[in-house]
Design a binder for this molecule. Structure first.
Ligand SMILES: [Zn+2]
Length: 160
């Protein structure tokens, strides 16, 4: 891998450049180019530092090496199969499940605006909370708490 690349950072949520800080393999294995092994599998681990937030990401790639023989006399060990790179840390945050449809739609819209515009994100977050407050079961439960929450949301909206 090159020294840096672009990923979607699991810490700050930005599409950001990450710099390679360390690389190793499981059990410290290295590719054997002697031609003794066909189908050697090596697991590579890489630690990447996000240029935006400075937090570390750990990713894993599985590479299989096979002997490629062009003639009976010429055999070369080559990395044949680059497996998909998987993210070991940070793990994806589990999405909220079983939300009422009206709340879920606004929540997803809010998350989608996170990288686009901070003010749009704040407005949509407010609309999501409004949908929570207006949801029938919440609205029936406690009107004073709902009013307090609504005032709090309104104040935050004004300060942006
Ligand atoms: Zn980051």
């Amino acid at each position: 891998m090159q020294g840096s690349k672009m990923i979607l950072c699991g810490h700050c949520g930005n599409r950001a450049i990450v710099h390679l800080r360390a690389e190793g393999t499981k059990n410290g294995e290295v590719p054997d180019y002697s031609g003794k092994y066909d189908g050697q599998t090596i697991i590579y681990w890489r630690i990447l530092e996000c240029a935006s937030c400075g937090e570390p990401t750990l990713e894993q790639t599985r590479v299989e090496y096979y002997i490629e023989s062009n003639t009976p006399f010429l055999a070369e060990v080559v990395p044949e199969s680059y497996g998909q790179t998987t993210l070991l840390y940070p793990r994806d945050k589990p999405p909220l499940t079983n939300l009422p449809k009206t709340i879920e739609k606004r929540y997803i819209d809010t998350l989608g605006s996170k990288d686009v515009s901070p003010s749009a994100f704040a407005v949509l977050a407010g609309k999501t909370l409004e949908a929570v407050c207006n949801y029938p079961r919440v609205a029936q439960r406690d009107n004073s708490k709902q009013a307090t929450l609504r005032k709090s949301v309104d104040k935050r909206g004004e300060s942006l």
